[in-house]
Design a protein around this ligand. Sequence first.
Ligand code: ASP
Ligand code: MG
Length: 462
Amino acid sequence: MLILKFGGASLADASGFSRCVSWFEKAGTNPCVFVVSALYGVTNHLLELIRFSEESLAGDLQDGLIHLRNRHFDVIKQMDIDTEDLKRELDLEFLDLKSLLESTCVLAEVSPRARDRILSYGERFSSLMVSMYLMGKGVCARRVLGEEVIVTEARFGNAIPMLIETGREARRVIQPLVEEKILPVVAGFTGRTPNGQTTTLGRGGTDLSASILGSALGAKEVWYLKETDGILSADPKLMPKARLIPRLSYSEMAELSYFGAKVIHPIAMHPLKDSGIEARILNFANLNNLGTVVGKVSDPSPAIKAISPIPGIALVTVEGLGMAGTPGMAGRLFSALARERVNVLMISQASSEQNICLVIHRDEAPVAQRALTEEFSREIFSKEIDGIVFRTDVCVLALVGEGMAGTPGIAGKVFSLMGANGINIILIAQGSSEYNISFVIDRQNMEEALKVLHSELCESCQ
Ligand code: ASP
Ligand code: MG
């Protein structure tokens, strides 16, 4: 069995729907399950309607609803099938969404639970459209709602899937369809709590829906149909010589989705890793590409698979004699940031203990600055801490590859290359898994550093 995941960008217009049929044909005799995202832009649109509701902007809400309906009907109008039934069914669901939003608009309040219910309509609509389009094309298909098969904890907005319960439901609902040669078209991103309330899996969550179903159903492979040929060694906009990586391990893929390559949801690999099911990242627009295969083992060389710059960051340095030998300083620092929900990307402290450096997202810098100045006001006053310095003219370069683990000399090579090119390194961090080396340099050196490292480390072993 194959799981095929279609993202919103693939379902932007009617030609995308017809390409879904080609992918079904490409799967040949393999039974498949489709998992679909909302049409391109629709989840953002729903978020906007939620905001209109919260602010009781009834007029904007009505305009937004008309716009959202048109967005879907414009695609339906272009479809080369008889669409009367589809239009009728979509309108019925649309009316449900409308009344939900109208009632929350009266209350000027959207609870987390109502919010997830409203957001689920993007995938409800798209799964209905894909399944009915396929039927119009003579493929025996049936829409399956996320709520029917994905069971999650009751944490709205970012629900954690419950794997055992989901496995049971997925086998109960999907297996019989597959046995009867019916193609299930599952609404991604959504699930339900054990007592039946709709939840969502967080932005980009359809990737996760596909992996969970793949693992629950013991699929042979999960195919993620994306807008690129697979995973590349660098962003081709910055690095024209970026090359396709044929094979990655689950850990490399996970590492890459945290840093840079936003191709796949960061935790989408976890369910597959546990069950050893391979993933393929393929280009939706190109039925014959080989893409990137993600599995247990990766190619031994090159040791560094990909390099991604992380711009938009800020480097924070907390410095002072009072930092050394005083237990609890680091604890207070991170707790103060955690209270404000500031996410820390990198940390470094030298053994002299006189400063702690960390990297955060630049747009969180003002909040972080306030939180830290407040937390350490006494130490700043007594000069135990010299100050808290924020730098935003920097960027992180993250190098990912399993081959670094246990291979001496890779970090040495990276840093000698920087030295030889006059590029100063401000901070270095390497996790003990050794799949990732990240370091901070001046923003103005970013292009140069990327070029040197990519040509020396990624282009040599084609
Ligand atoms: N439609 C949702 C989003 O835009 C889920 C997904 O696309 O995977 O985040
Ligand atoms: Mg999406």
